[in-house]
Design a binder for this molecule. Structure first.
Ligand SMILES: *Cc1c(COP(=O)(O)O)cnc(C)c1O
Length: 435
């Protein structure tokens, strides 16, 4: 009988996160350039970061250990939605009439609807353990904010979220989700910070950006006792936590009796793409196999495909350490596309490094192509994907069409990072030709 869902049991929830830096160090003999202190241009030390992150996360940021144990308390919470299913897209394959086998790992089963909870549960746990009382963060589309709000709720932490204005207006339900879990939510740019007030002076109708919201969150952390900052992507420790996706997917592919030729994920800051890819990339580094890894971004925010690989600030106010990454410039304000989670000027240093080393590829699509792919997918598979995830779907469809032209049975695996049930506004505009 042909299998559609490949599931794992609760006992197969990963016991550790997989650290790609170990493999880069061991098999490539190279690591990404370190973050620099903007004033001294020296690598940032643990003490530079201790004002905003708990020590355990700072350690994970620079760790060269192969595996980092997942705390029992975090695994207990993962049981609410993990292991997530791996699904063979039989109906999509049939619609495309392709010899390719298409699999997707579905992270939309998380209570908040996307992969972000994988890292927020870990981050809330380590902060709580080190005595932190409040977590402060920014959110783009609201996915990270929702996931952080729920994690803070579970670990009895206060939560304050700066939400990019355009998403706050386009996706008001996300604000409600965060408030249900008990968080304070502020539209950014806001009047609550010096930097926000400055932005609003230059443009009272500013649509905001992730870079600006990061600046407001950091400013608030500096002014709030017992608080720390949380980031939903970009940094090594966040990517590390997402490897639960790929560790599970590897086991599931084994059960399906296949190994992917192509692995695809959408890229905003790079965390879900890293999550699905790194456990397979570890094989590639070790065994020199030919698996391709493709990150997919919007043409309106093309950090990998059009950006420059250089040191840049992570935020608009230039408060963060300098990160070596593909960047469009920290003052870049992307157009307000519906895939809010992909509107970041930079890219994770690890993904940037791997792309520069040609161990990963990238492609960009425009918003209309991407929504069409999402609708084709929904009509075949039922799931309405997040606009971010539609980017990965579009690339998977294109690869499956190429496989058909070449007459090759390619195995394609993509990460379906979240569902789009709170993103219907964008779909509505697309369907009624006003996008
Ligand atoms: C946040 C988000 C993304 C983009 O973030 P990455 O760190 O690149 O994964 C993609 N998809 C969804 C559904 C998101 O919520």
């Amino acid at each position: 009988m042909k299998r559609t869902q490949i599931t794992l049991s609760e006992s197969e929830i990963p016991e550790y996160y997989l650290n790609i830096s170990y493999y880069l160090n061991k098999y490539l003999g190279k690591l990404p350039d370190p973050p620099l202190n903007p004033a001294t241009k020296q690598p940032v030390g643990p003490q530079d970061l201790s004002a905003i992150f708990p020590m355990e996360l700072i350690k994970q940021e620079v760790s060269l250990e192969e595996k980092i144990a997942i705390p029992d308390e975090v695994r207990e919470l993962y049981k609410l939605y993990r292991p997530s299913p791996l699904i063979r897209a039989h109906r999509l394959e049939k619609m495309l009439n392709t010899p390719a086998h298409i699999y997707y790992k579905y992270e939309g089963v998380a209570p908040t609807g996307a992969h972000k909870l994988n890292t927020t549960l870990a981050q809330a746990y380590y902060n709580k353990k080190e005595g932190v009382k409040t977590l402060i963060a920014e959110t783009g589309a609201g996915q990270f904010g929702s996931a952080l709000s729920l994690a803070c709720n579970f670990f009895d932490l206060k939560c304050h979220i700066f939400m990019v204005r355009v998403s706050y207006d386009q996706k008001p339900h996300r604000k409600t989700v965060m408030q249900i879990y008990g968080a304070d939510v502020t539209a950014s740019p806001s009047l609550k910070t010096e930097f926000g007030r400055k932005m609003l002076q230059t443009n009272p109708n500013h649509t905001g950006s992730l870079g600006i919201a990061i600046s407001e969150a950091l400013e608030t952390v500096m002014k709030t006792k017992g608080s720390k900052y949380a980031l939903g992507s970009v940094l090594n420790h966040v990517l590390l936590h997402q490897t639960v996706i790929g560790i599970e997917a590897k086991k599931q592919m084994e059960k399906a009796g296949e190994y992917p030729d192509i692995i695809i994920g959408c890229v905003g800051g790079g965390s879900n793409f890293a999550g699905i890819s790194f456990p397979f990339l570890a094989d590639t580094l070790k065994e020199k196999n030919k698996t391709r890894f493709i990150g997919v971004e919007p043409t309106s925010c093309p950090s990998l495909t059009k950006g420059r690989y250089q040191y840049d600030f992570g935020d608009t106010a230039q408060m963060t350490p300098l990160l070596k990454m593909y960047t469009l410039g920290s003052d870049f304000v992307p157009s307000p596309i519906h895939a809010g989670g992909l509107r970041y000027h930079g890219m994770s240093p690890l993904i940037s490094f791997l792309y520069n080393e040609k161990l990963m590829e990238a492609i960009a699509y425009d918003q209309k192509q991407v929504f069409q792919a999402g609708i084709d997918f929904a009509r075949c598979e039922g799931i309405i994907p997040a606009p971010e995830s539609c980017h990965a779907i579009k690339a998977a469809i294109d690869e499956a069409i190429t496989a058909k032209k070449e007459g090759k049975k390619k195995v394609i695996l993509f990460n379906l990072s979240g569902h789009g049930l709170l993103d219907l506004n964008g779909y509505d505009k697309f369907l009624h030709h006003s996008l």
